[in-house]
Design a protein around this ligand. Sequence first.
Ligand code: ADP
Length: 170
Amino acid sequence: MKTAIYPGSFDPITLGHINIIKRAAQAFDKVIVCVMVNSKKNGGLFTPEERIALMRKSMNVENVEFDVSYDLVAEYAKAKGSRVLVKGLRVVSDFEQEVQMAMINSKVNPELDTVFFPSDEKYTYLSSTVVKELARYHANLDEFLPREIIEDVKNKLELRSDDCDGSRQH
Ligand code: ADP
């Protein structure tokens, strides 16, 4: 059975991620979408568990699982018996960083390879960061986020801005 790992922050999952997951699920027997916690992006809007809950709410594909890992992705893949990482490639700037990561990962785990899926043209400029920025300005998110989680993202950002206001008063 060919299992692929799709690692990322997914803070939150976007329609761009879902597009990659569905395509990977057609190419592999099983896809594990894994929230990697020890990445450069610390903190984040949602906790890893909340991110998984949003993913579950957004999609239900038989051969797709969701998980969280605090390990190096290369070690995580080994533990799951997977030899393939899936990555989405948006603009050219993704390419340089992703190829570098692919080389590092295969140094850590020589059995591991990385497969790139080009972004659907609708989502080439879409990232979780862009979505959060748009949500802060109350922009329409229908084209970027799965319908099921739009309110969750808006509510979370409102809670966050309340927190900030509160801390300013002390
Ligand atoms: P971001 O915070 O930039 O959305 P993530 O770390 O959550 O990024 O992304 C995980 C993986 O998904 C990466 O391989 C990234 O290149 C890919 N990805 C993110 N957004 C898109 C998109 N709109 N189209 C294709 N791939 C994407």
